[in-house]
Design a protein around this ligand. Sequence first.
Ligand code: FMN
Length: 210
Amino acid sequence: MLFRSKDIAALESRYRAALINSLSGFKPANLIGTADRQGQTNLAIISSVVHLGSQPPLLALIIRPSPVERHTLDNILDTGCYTINHVSDQFIEAAHQTAARYPREQSEFAATGLGELWVEDFAAPFVREASIRMGLKLREHQQLEINDTHFLIGEIALAEVPDDCLGDDGSVDICTAGTVALSGLDSYYNTRRLRRMAYAKPDLPPTPVD
Ligand SMILES: Cc1cc2nc3c(=O)[nH]c(=O)nc-3n(C[C@H](O)[C@H](O)[C@H](O)COP(=O)(O)O)c2cc1C
């Protein structure tokens, strides 16, 4: 099947969403933990987290524009703090359920049974069941002109990684951590590392390491 611009524009909206959401390849599955100033917590699954840079350590995420309330966005803009928690295979169902539109006063932690974890004085809750978790401070917010989506850039202030997943060179074995991958808006995958490659240089052939 070959889709051209005019074909894509003519697609039924849910079909188009499923198609276009699948085309960027595997995406990360993360739960974003936030709280409002009164301490009311919120948790939402988000697949749009991307690496922006290591120095300073920045991650970005995208929140869609919508006529409905956006609790995660409101809390992040209000407190400037949020957590990013990897989804692992043990709690895919609960993680997926956080996408449901619960009222603001109902926390997705309580609704799904996932545990709140508060670390030091960080003003957003982490997910107790997650093996890899980060606390972020908002550094930049832009509403993109092209489609009104909110682009949020955060700096990693806290990062927790299990010792057995942390390599001597700083790389994290997210496969051992049980982190899952996402396709589209509903398909979860476990992962298997196929090989690791040495830093690519023009004068060297592609070289697998370990
Ligand atoms: C697999 C999956 C991935 C999602 N990724 C995003 C995303 O990257 N950005 C977004 O705005 N919403 C995303 N959503 C939708 C949110 O999870 C959903 O709108 C949620 O209700 C937001 O909750 P909140 O209003 O409490 O913040 C995703 C939903 C699913 C099921």
